[in-house]
Design a binder for this molecule. Structure first.
Ligand SMILES: [Fe+2]
Length: 436
């Protein structure tokens, strides 16, 4: 692989992106070595591993990892490889390993912090230099792990920004989702909806802050629900939950424009600054009182009044506090992405919240959904259309202005500023060299 010319792929300010960024497998490999090593990537939630010895396996970029609760109750992130011959140690997605991991090949065993526990028939290593080998040290451990109010992030590289410097003010969206629980605590419910998209992972990231597509791409689904609801609606009918969740997808350009977009350093940003498509959901009986009791009136109203739409966390996560959902865009290849959509319970809040978040996930994000497939078709057609040789550029110039990025900045709601923010930072991380 020759050296990749990053400057030739992202035009200044992120206004145009070369198609190779979405289609080229060498660029994808470079992303795995840079973007997904240098940044704090979301691994999972600590409620997925409630008891000591509980584990969950996933990937950071293309690196298989195990998130596990160690005997001291801390969460560890370990590379899923036996240090002996490289065998993948844990095959299941989740479960409990007890007090140790045991390799099925030669029964080498390791404590749940990765340190070596035992090797059967441990003779024959004397004076072989084994004591100073990688194998002797045990499983490789990700040393940069942060548990932020239950959200576990890890940075593979020894180099890069600290957790706080990387996320800065963007953590406010995660805070808002958690603070919506009267107890200030979330729990993952069930398994994620997980399915393959035959497109590049960054198309999904772009889509999260693309406010000029819902009224067009979702006309067939949300538009149909709107028409049917109008035809049956009368004053005796209360709005069904599904109608309440889907109708706002048909909001106008003007509505989205007014909602605004906010960007932060290092590629994070969100739609829905002044309200969002989630602002007008019905009140849920008993919740207001619980929140006022927990936080006091002013603070409770400020938490509930903050109804951000989608918050993108660089590189590959989206959080939606108002519906307690989290989506991960897991890169598999330049043209393959697994999308996981997770839901959370607001601990201590009425069960109706869980009913609403589960319905939202089913209607919008499931393999059997009615809305998400509109997007999926657009991604896959874009992946196909980018093979046309006449024009190699994807355009992101809407509402561009100089000096729009840096620190915390606000933009009109139909701006493509957050997409540009993503690519400016993507280019920066792609240019890093990882010596760790
Ligand atoms: Fe969409």
């Amino acid at each position: 692989m020759g050296k990749i010319d990053i400057d030739g792929l992202v035009r200044p300010g992120g206004r145009e992106i070369h198609r190779d960024v979405f289609t080229d497998q060498d660029i994808f490999q470079q992303e795995m070595k840079t973007v997904f090593r240098r940044t704090w990537v979301y691994v999972g939630h600590d409620s997925q591993v409630q008891n000591k010895g509980d584990f969950y396996t996933t990937t950071i970029g293309n690196q298989p990892v195990i998130m596990v609760r160690h005997t001291d109750d801390q969460i560890q992130v370990l590379l899923n490889r036996c240090p002996h011959k490289g065998v993948k140690l844990v095959e299941d997605t989740n479960g409990s390993t007890g007090k140790f991991f045991r390799c099925p090949y030669h029964a080498w065993s390791f404590k749940t912090d990765g340190s070596p526990l035992g090797i059967p028939f441990n003779k024959g290593y004397e004076e072989t230099g084994f004591d100073t080998s990688c194998a002797k040290k045990g499983m490789c451990k990700v040393s940069n792990v942060q548990n932020y109010r239950g959200f576990i992030f890890a940075r593979l590289s020894d180099e890069g920004e600290s957790f706080e410097d990387f996320f800065t003010g963007s953590l406010s969206s995660i805070d808002n989702m958690i603070d919506r629980s009267p107890e200030g605590r979330l729990e993952v419910v069930g398994k994620p909806l997980r399915y393959m998209h035959k497109c590049n992972w960054k198309m999904l990231v772009d889509n999260q802050t693309d406010t000029c597509h819902p009224m067009i791409a979702h006309e067939s689904s949300a538009g149909t629900i709107k028409r049917v609801w109008k035809s049956v609606q009368d004053e005796t009918l209360s709005k069904p939950m599904v109608v309440e969740l889907v109708l706002p997808f048909m909001s106008s350009y003007d509505d989205f424009e007014k909602m605004g977009i906010r960007t932060w350093d290092n590629g994070h940003g969100h739609t829905g600054v002044s309200g969002s498509i989630h602002s007008d959901y019905s009140d849920i009986d008993g919740y207001y009182g619980q929140m006022v009791d927990a936080y006091g009136k002013d603070r409770a109203e400020s938490i509930m009044g903050e109804t951000r739409h989608n918050t993108c966390y660089f590189p590959n996560m989206m959080v939606k506090g108002a519906t307690q959902t989290l989506r991960l865009f897991i890169p598999i290849a330049a043209n393959k992405t697994i999308v996981e959509s997770w839901i959370f319970r607001l601990v201590g809040a009425p069960d109706t919240f869980l009913k609403r978040t589960a319905m939202y996930n089913r209607i919008i994000n499931a393999p059997t959904s009615i809305v998400g497939h509109d997007d999926l078709e657009m991604y896959e057609r874009a992946q196909e259309g980018l093979s046309v040789d006449a024009n190699p550029w994807v355009n992101l110039q809407r509402h561009y202005r100089e000096d729009e990025l840096g620190g915390e900045q606000l933009h009109p709601g139909t701006s493509e500023a957050q997409m540009r923010n993503h690519y400016v930072n993507w280019a920066r991380y792609m240019s890093t060299e990882d010596n760790s």
